[in-house]
Design a binder for this molecule. Structure first.
Ligand code: COA
Length: 387
């Protein structure tokens, strides 16, 4: 029995900043952002979009295509949690009217959280093949206005349905994991923005990639040339590009060209959305699937990295007819609908979103009809509504 990704949903908020505008405002050469960092735009979440509302929005798109009653597990990976105790997933379960029998919880290990969820979901479906599992990654990457990491912010969510006999990507047996207790990126309790040593983080990411990719190939008896594409966790596309350069070093021209072209396709969405922490790897996968014509059984390698730090490499095989499960038009409309903010508008929206609205204040959203949003708190209970 094959187990893997059967559905993919994606959501990003309706506002963005252009990196050329940001570079001018920060007195930087635009090429530093566009080429040196590898980002063109970044989505901006206003006060009405949080990890929960984005997770609901990413999941609701495919929900009408699946049997709700078969969902037995719902896992929410995030490092932008909205409560120290209650899981983000319970709000999602309620909004989407999933059955009360669903087992649901939130997981955390920086950007690795969604992959942790995928692995738990895969094992669950193996044991319960008639049930399915929803895994959501949803985050707002915030380093702060004018900070060194500002250019690598973003906001969005990806939701996966993991099922037996999946219709998009069958996950292969085996994985290669690696962890180490380090301080490259973290967000202490009470801080709304992250602390990061970006250069150290990049070095650890590359070391973990080298280690897990090598171990995985050894485990499977495979070569780099066996992979059609490699999808990476992309806090900013240059980071993945550096890993991809390591992967293709010394390879035959045909392998090098293929992996480089497919890297570009996989980085396309992340380049305009920015960092979405837990869901970044899965946005890369979606970008690859929607911007490249793949063949049945093509082998896709996936490298997941979470600061702190945890790395894992695994792979999947493309399933015949996968295109029919995707909604390229919807996903591209999602990006195209965003309103371009000036840098001054972005700063105002960003700083306002750091504040908790006063209890009892009802927030309204400028999202399109059908989308969910955070409407403020009542008696300190978070309220979610649909436009
Ligand atoms: N044209 C083209 N490239 C340029 C350039 C120009 N005019 N000016 C600079 N660059 C290149 C630099 O050479 C460098 O490339 P390299 O990484 O290949 O060496 C790159 O742009 C970045 O320049 P740098 O001076 O290192 O930028 P910085 O000090 O502003 O730091 C980050 C950049 C990414 C480290 C910083 O934004 C950060 O810490 N971001 C958060 C990182 C993160 O997300 N960590 C969590 C990971 S999971």
């Amino acid at each position: 029995m094959r187990v893997g990704i059967d559905q993919i949903g994606f959501y990003t908020p309706n506002k963005y900043v252009d990196m050329v505008d940001l570079a001018h405002a920060r007195q930087e050469d635009p090429d530093k952002y566009l080429i040196g960092i590898g980002q063109s735009q970044m989505s901006v979440a206003d006060q009405t979009q949080d990890a929960v509302s984005m997770g609901i929005n990413a999941t609701q798109f495919y929900l009408k295509r699946i049997e709700r009653q078969r969902v037995g597990l719902l896992i929410f990976g995030t490092e932008s949690g909205v409560d120290q105790s209650k899981s983000a997933s319970l709000f999602v379960k309620s909004a989407l009217k999933l059955p009360p029998e669903v087992r649901t919880f939130e997981v955390k290990e920086a950007c690795f959280g969604m992959t942790a969820g995928v692995m738990i979901a895969r094992d669950y479906v193996r044991l319960h093949p008639h049930q399915t599992a929803i895994v959501i990654g949803s985050d707002i990457a915030r380093y702060g206005v004018g900070s060194g990491g500002e250019v690598t912010q973003g906001a969005g969510s990806v939701s996966l349905l993991i099922a037996a006999e999946p219709r998009i990507l069958a996950i292969n047996e085996g994985h290669s994991a690696f962890s180490q207790d380090i301080n490259d990126f973290w967000r202490p309790n009470g801080m709304a923005t992250a602390l990061v040593d970006g250069k150290y983080s990049t070095q650890v990411y590359l070391d973990f990639f080298t280690q897990t990719f090598k171990q995985y190939k050894k485990l499977k008896g495979w070569q780099t040339s066996d992979f059609t594409a490699l999808a990476y966790h992309l806090p900013f596309t240059k980071m993945g590009l550096k890993a991809n350069r390591l992967a293709v070093a010394g390879q035959a021209e045909v392998t090098k060209t293929r992996l480089e072209k497919n890297f570009t396709a996989a980085a396309q969405y992340g380049r305009t959305v920015g960092n979405i922490y837990t869901a970044s790897l899965y946005l890369s996968l979606l970008s690859l699937l929607e911007n490249k014509k793949l063949q049945p059984d093509n082998k896709i390698g996936l490298f997941s990295y979470g600061s702190g730090a945890m790395g894992e490499f695994y792979s999947g095989q493309v399933v015949s007819g996968y295109e029919r499960q995707l909604d390229v038009v919807q996903d591209q409309k999602m990006l195209a609908r965003r309103q371009r903010l000036t840098v001054a508008q972005y700063e105002q929206v960003f700083n306002n979103a750091l504040l908790d609205p006063s209890d009892g204040l009802e927030l309204t959203s400028d999202e399109q009809v059908g989308y969910w949003y955070f409407a403020g708190t009542k008696g300190q209970v978070r309220q979610y509504r649909q436009v």
